[in-house]
Design a protein around this ligand. Structure first.
Ligand code: ADP
Ligand code: MG
Length: 277
């Protein structure tokens, strides 16, 4: 199985302190909750550290309909009909795979998963075991660790993790990075070789959506990557690229007020006035 091997990854820019913390927790055999807004680099950091440590990385993306059976695994129905519940008919889910292989189970947005799924994780994290009906007990190989993520902004829409589950995690928080680091990330991730001037404008505009009071929710560096790439294809027209990349990624305080396009044009004018490019 190759799907959980971490592919070649671009290097992590900055994040020395967070890398050190995550590294220490993993080496100490602790499970980690990575908390931070969308696009802040949670997945990138976890994957990069697993690669550095030579750990397998089994990724699970949660949503409200994710089931315990999907996480643990299920028996192949035709095979069971033909010859009963044999261990070889069990199709291991990500949890059992990670446990057997002593890998890191990366659970994205754990707080959005149903309580039943969260409860299955408890004994696996605590005692390194899970009991699967018709299969028996699965015990974890050395190295099995859970890294879960949660987005603090989501607490309004979803229940936070249970106290019992939180008690099993150490917390590593990721906040937005500095402007210089975000520029370096965009340069590294952009595919269309945008000019440095374009990248700088895209990053400044994106950062402004996080601080300008007209926005309820601002955009992450992922938006700056998109703006830079699109602008590079649109004669460096950053404002136009932003009207394509930002509507899906920001939320205005007053959606019935000034249109997003106008707010962005105004922001861009203000930014141009403070820093000539
Ligand atoms: N510190 C960093 N170094 C290099 N790339 C980064 C860094 N932070 C974020 N990225 C890049 O930004 C994008 C969003 O990061 P991602 O890990 O997917 O965020 P999250 O999982 O928090 O939503 C990805 O393309 C990722 O490679
Ligand atoms: Mg992610």
């Amino acid at each position: 199985m190759l799907d959980h091997r971490v592919p070649v990854l671009p290097p992590i820019i900055g994040r020395q302190s967070e890398t050190e913390s995550l590294h220490a927790c993993l080496e100490a055999g602790r499970h980690v909750l990575l908390e931070g807004p969308v696009g802040v680099g949670k997945t990138a950091l976890a994957a990069a550290i697993c690669r550095t440590l030579g750990r397998g990385f089994v990724r699970v993306d949660g949503d409200g309909r994710y089931t315990e059976a999907r996480l643990v695994g299920t028996f192949d129905p035709p095979a069971v009909l033909a010859s009963g519940y044999r261990p070889e008919h069990f199709l291991a889910g990500p949890l059992v795979r990670a446990m057997r292989e002593g890998a890191v189970l990366f659970v994205n947005e754990l707080n959005r998963m149903p309580e039943g799924v969260q409860n299955v994780l408890l004994p696996a994290m605590d005692e390194g075991r899970v009991v699967v009906p018709q299969l028996g007990e699965v015990t974890a190989s050395a190295g099995f660790t859970v890294i879960a993520t949660q987005n603090p902004a989501e607490f309004v829409a979803t229940a936070a993790l249970s106290e019992a589950l939180l008690d099993r995690f150490e917390l590593v928080r990721l906040d937005y990075q500095s402007e210089a680091e975000e520029i370096a990330i965009v340069v590294q991730d952009a595919r269309c070789a945008p000019s440095l001037a374009v990248v700088a404008q895209a990053v400044a505009l994106t950062r402004a959506t996080r601080t300008d009071p007209r926005f309820r929710r601002g955009a992450s560096v992922r938006a700056a990557i998109a703006i830079s790439d699109i602008a590079a294809r649109l004669h460096d027209d950053v404002a136009r690229a932003a009207t394509l990349a930002l509507p899906t990624r920001v939320e205005l305080m007053d959606p019935t007020g000034t249109a997003l396009g106008e707010v962005l044009a105004d922001l861009k004018k203000k930014l141009a006035a403070t820093r000539p490019t």
